[in-house]
Design a protein around this ligand. Sequence first.
Ligand code: ADP
Length: 500
Amino acid sequence: MLPVIFELLAYSMIAKLGMDNGKVWGMRMEQNENNMFPVEDALEMVLMFGGKGIISYANNSAKRRLEFGEDLLGRHISEVFPNTFQTTEEGFETEYPFGEGVQSLVAYRKNRTCFPVETRILQKTGDSGQYICMAIDVLEKEHLNREVEQVRQEAEQAMKVKSEFVANVTHELRTPVNGILGNAKELLAEDIDERTERTLRVIERCCSDMYKIMNNILDFSKLEAGKFTLETREFHFRNMMDYVKKNHSNKITEKGLEFFVTISPKVPENIIGDELRIVQVLNNLLSNAQKFTAVGKISVEVLKTAQINDRIELFFIVKDTGIGIDQADKDKLFQSFSQVDASISRKYGGTGLGLNICKQLVEMMGGSIEVESNKNQGSTFSFSIWVGVKEEEAATSQDDMILSVPSMQGVPSVEKQDDSRIYGTRENRETLERTLSKLILCVEMENWEKAEMFMETVRQLTMEAPSDVKRVILRLKMAIQKENYDKIMSGYEQISQMIQ
Ligand code: ADP
């Protein structure tokens, strides 16, 4: 541990000074002792002198600005501040009020030209014979401040230009995407053959994916430019949750996953908040849950966890039994453009903006967002927001016990591993059989995209299977990719027998 010799609050950014191995170290304000930096290269001038007034230490800035160079050591302090310090037989005489206050002095260079400085000179605690002086060149400080202000203004302007550009581009992109989508919809309404319909559905899905990406980029740039505002109004909370549920039910259950939405009875009927943005956060978390879960279930739970007058805190928990997230990757999650790894973005797509937008939205609504997850053990995203309630509801409602939500206690809230993932268990066999028969149904309907989706689920369910089973699974997967009906059927029969 560094021996700190001066405990002080400097006028400048240096808050503490210490000496170690003959070197002087400083610590900036609002930092901790792990961030000590060598004062040698600090912007401010630092001098140390003893009771006799002889300078025993000067950093590079002092040596350079006072133009003494190495000559500064051994000089009397009165040579630098002749108006403030006078030489006496004992050492020096001064009326300088040592302490934490900032004093304006005039510092003299070696060639006797001078410049104004702001100083703080302190006496070392418990030792009357040691002084430390920190000084900053006022003119240079003003010049630096002007430069900083100019850089800040330039950055602000660049940010404005960028967000206007993003807004324009996304708007311009929307028009052609709308055109494609509208035409695809028109064709879908006509009497068309199956193949054309499949192609049109793909076009429709691509357009809606593009929409999502454009909206994310637009939101992100607005949030970044500080131009994002919430639109608050009263709405029926359970209707909103019904809408969210309907929006995701099909996609989730089509994958063979279970889906539950529970709302505590303590959550009031009517809420005052930005409905659209709450839905946006839920949509993003549920789309991710669905995207990254092949087996098991997805659930949403809403609790009312606190109340201050007519403001209440709502707590949302979105849980899945999907691929989970490595401990090491959790910190990256809420950063912009961050996806856990490149293989994930290749396989599942996405821009890595969704969770960052969720975090910013939730924070704008006075709350926070967290994740509890482990690799292969599912994820639990939870977030809180503050919303308004009408007077009569404010008077009657009570809170849910937050203690019942393990993720808030730092205990992983992910439920114990789903048995259906453990090869050989009854749950695993049943889920496998169900998934295989859905897969075959898709093959018979020539819905190859969905067949591949169910194939992925089968692969995950048999990850721990013996190698002969895995070999057949691999052959089945290849047969599906090649749309080879006969090989698919023989693979299916083989697996069905093997898992009995
Ligand atoms: P994207 O729009 O690309 O999905 P997000 O910010 O929503 O971006 O998610 C970032 C990354 O976080 C994802 O690419 C994925 O790696 C990880 N992630 C998010 N939700 C989940 C989840 N429920 N399970 C596993 N990984 C997840």
